[in-house]
Design a protein around this ligand. Structure first.
Ligand code: HEC
Ligand code: HEC
Length: 215
């Protein structure tokens, strides 16, 4: 039946379809009910691995709670991004719940384990493992976990993302287009880093996985 030819039937059907009907794979591969909620797969990759060269982040293995917060922050503009804002705003809550739960269940990348007490070599690893306390910059692994694998819903993984994406986020905080972190934790840290430090620490975490480094 072509629903479009019976507008009233379509409206009634939409009204009575259960709210939990969002199918995570349909949202991911074809998009949400609202056409502005474009298919995630186009940019975030067949398995949610992201597209490093284009700056599209990995979603596979990220916490569902973290991803739902980001979608809400894109929609509200607390994390300003011209690509994700209209997509996040067009996703229904049920669609966002379903697609983030599906992505969180996917495996994360293989991460090279670096002991927090290892001798840090170079500026990137020094920031990651020791911070720069003279400038009130805590070591990244204190919040993002050993090797930057992420901790719970609040602290996303850094390992598994590309250097390009990581640097873009740090620069977004420095420029004030991303201002969605509780208590300005990341804002303070990012604004305290030099350009060279942003590059070095981004390259360091990207280099802990094949995913981040290779492409
Ligand atoms: C046209 C490309 C494109 C499409 C389609 C797209 N995204 Fe994104 N997504 C991006 C870009 C670019 C970013 C990084 C934005 C930034 O720099 O802040 C991003 C970031 C994200 C993030 C934040 C990840 C993090 O580590 O903080 C989430 C979550 C996300 N997208 C979910 C989705 C979902 C769910 C869909 C499908 C409904 C989707 N995206 C569709 C391009 C896209
Ligand atoms: C005091 C805790 C804390 C420390 C220390 C910290 N971060 Fe964060 N970081 C956070 C929080 C919280 C978020 C998520 C903010 C949000 O809700 O979007 C975050 C997010 C990020 C993101 C965005 C990831 C994504 O998927 O979009 C990057 C990049 C980042 N941090 C890099 C760093 C680097 C590099 C360091 C060390 C120089 C560092 N962080 C140290 C708390 C911290």
């Amino acid at each position: 039946m072509n629903i479009a030819r019976w507008p009233l039937t379509g409206v009634l059907l939409a009204a009575f379809l259960p709210a939990h009907a969002a199918d995570s794979m349909v949202v991911y591969t074809k998009g949400g009910a609202n056409p502005a909620a474009m298919a995630c797969i186009t940019c975030h990759g067949a398995e949610g691995e992201g597209m490093a060269a284009a700056g599209f982040p990995r979603l596979a293995g990220l916490s569902a709670g973290y991803m739902r917060k980001q979608l809400a922050d894109f929609a509200s503009g607390a994390r300003a991004n011209p690509i994700m804002q209209p997509i996040a705003a067009a996703l229904s809550a049920e669609e966002a719940d379903a697609v983030t739960a599906m992505l969180a269940d996917k495996p994360g990348p293989e991460v090279e384990r670096v002991d927090r007490t290892a001798a840090a070599e170079g500026p990137g690893e020094t920031l990651a493992l020791r911070g720069a306390w003279a400038r009130n910059i805590p070591e990244c692994v204190a919040c993002h976990g050993p090797s930057g694998v992420g901790v719970g819903d609040a602290f996303p993984p850094l390992a598994g993302q590309s250097a390009q994406y990581l640097a873009a986020q740090l620069n977004a905080w420095r420029q004030g287009t991303r201002k969605n972190d509780p208590n300005d934790l990341m804002g303070h840290i990012a604004r305290s880093l030099t350009d060279d430090e942003v590059k070095a620490v981004s390259a360091y975490f990207a280099g802990l996985t094949d995913q981040g480094a290779a492409r």
